[in-house]
Design a protein around this ligand. Structure first.
Ligand code: SF4
Length: 446
């Protein structure tokens, strides 16, 4: 059996144009990370994993014998160490059985794989606002957590999806199962956050913080109504309230279903700058199979058409649909060979990028409470993820597209996007993103 170090060495040698930090980051994201008890103790003094939407873990909470889910940090900053890492930020996906282990040595954290030191580790500092609470007693970490090293405020305002059960839920998504396991474990986990509590949490952040530059509003799909509102009414109300109270304080982003033009325009009217109508997987057969609810209620062809239509509203650079990188190789129905999976995904990238729209991806975390995760605990091969990075980078460059806005600085050593490496591999020659905020990014009142 190939050791993890051999796997890494092979991938790095086969992909010399990829920074090896990006190769390791992808492998960490698909495999997960273990923590020694001493490292967990050290990490507990830092910014903890907030479970901002999905579990993004490789085991259920019930199997975390060391209570990792209560102490683990949101992200790791990898720098220096045995492999001389340039700064790389990676999201923490817990897996007590992972060959990647964070250890505590002489009061500092180190990332090792099979005993070999890869990098020194920094944990994210606890922001001032994480020590504050709302009048109700709810903590800011629950209502308005931040990720991407403090860049992005992540507002999952509805923690449940109305696509419900095997025949409706996307087969890679554990939003509903995660909600159940978090509440069972006793974590305060508000199912529907009110507009008022979002504003109260943002007030606290705005008065104490200068690092956050963007917010994302998201949650499960609303197929009928929630609190008497349709999906667009429900989600746009948050954006409108935030922009009325804090005009242009942050870049507003919306992750929601692909809507017809007239409805998508309502997000823009509410103040949203960037729209993420995520298409999850490009292959038509796999979309129908893996996203049965979306297929039933909207349909794959219509979904893709609406993404293009949204470009006419927000501008193509500000429509950034996500896909879940790797699910196209999920057994038993996905592609068996890496080259076939990449060919399919590259077709989707070409389709959108040739029209000025840059999709981005989240590296698939095969969560065990999902259909695809259960059948594919090892996720997609590392070779797939390396080839995807090259394909995304090269397609993006070939179409002379700008750096996607709303993700912070691009390039290795600067990128903070933590759930895939697409921002780490962007060419330094890429045109800058369109300006969506006043020049300073932060209004003078802060
Ligand atoms: S639409 Fe699919 S991916 Fe989105 S929350 Fe619902 S089940 Fe999850």
């Amino acid at each position: 059996m190939t050791s993890r170090l051999e796997l890494l060495a092979t991938a790095i040698a086969a992909h010399p144009t990829l920074p090896r930090e990006a190769v390791v980051k992808e492998d960490l994201l698909r495999t997960g990370i273990a923590f020694s008890p001493a490292a967990l103790k050290l990490a507990a003094q830092f910014k903890k994993k907030a479970y901002f939407i999905f579990s993004f873990d490789l085991v259920p909470l019930a199997e975390m014998e060391k209570g990792e889910h209560w102490h683990a940090p949101e992200e790791l900053w990898l720098e220096g160490g045995g492999w001389g890492f340039r700064p790389t930020v990676v999201s923490v996906r817990l897996n007590p059985a992972s060959p990647y282990r964070v250890e505590a040595e002489e009061g500092a954290a180190v990332l090792r794989v099979e005993g070999e030191e890869l990098a020194r580790v920094k944990f994210p500092p606890v922001p001032e606002y994480y020590n504050r609470a709302l009048a109700s007693g709810k903590r800011v970490i629950e209502i308005a957590p931040t990720i991407e090293w403090g860049y992005l405020i992540y507002l999952t305002v509805f923690r449940i999806c109305q696509y419900w059960g095997d025949k409706e839920e996307c087969q890679f998504c554990d939003i509903n199962e995660n909600y159940r396991q978090q509440t069972r474990a006793g974590r305060p986990y508000t199912g529907v956050k009110s507009v008022e509590e979002i504003l109260e949490a943002l007030e606290i952040i705005a008065s104490t913080d200068a690092a956050s530059r963007a917010y994302t509003i998201t949650g499960g799909s609303i197929t009928s109504e929630l609190k008497g509102q349709t999906e667009v009414e429900f989600y746009s109300a948050y954006a409108a309230a935030i922009e009325a109270r804090f005009p242009n304080r942050w870049i507003g982003k919306m992750v929601a279903q692909a809507l017809p033009k007239a409805l998508a325009r309502r997000y823009q009217d509410a103040g949203i700058k960037i729209y993420h109508p995520n298409y999850e997987v490009w292959d038509a057969r796999l979309f129908r199979q893996f996203c049965p609810g979306k297929e039933r209620s909207i349909g794959r062809e219509e979904w893709m058409r609406r993404i293009l239509d949204a470009g006419e509203i927000f501008g193509p650079a500000c429509v950034i649909p996500n896909f879940v990188a790797g699910i196209e190789m999920a057994r038993p129905d996905g592609y068996e060979r890496v080259e076939d999976a990449i060919r399919s995904t590259a077709e989707g990238l070409e389709y959108f990028m040739s029209r000025g729209i840059s999709p981005r991806f989240t590296t698939w975390c095969p969560e065990p409470l999902t259909t695809l995760g259960r059948a594919n605990p090892e996720g997609a091969p590392l070779e797939y993820h390396c080839r995807l990075l090259e394909t995304w980078r090269d397609t993006h460059a070939r179409h002379h597209l700008a750096v996607p806005p709303g993700y912070g600085d691009p390039g290795l050593g600067r990128a903070v996007f933590s759930v895939s490496s697409f921002m780490d591999v962007i060419s330094p020659a890429a045109p800058p993103p369109p300006a969506l905020l006043p020049a300073s990014g932060v209004p003078a009142s802060v």
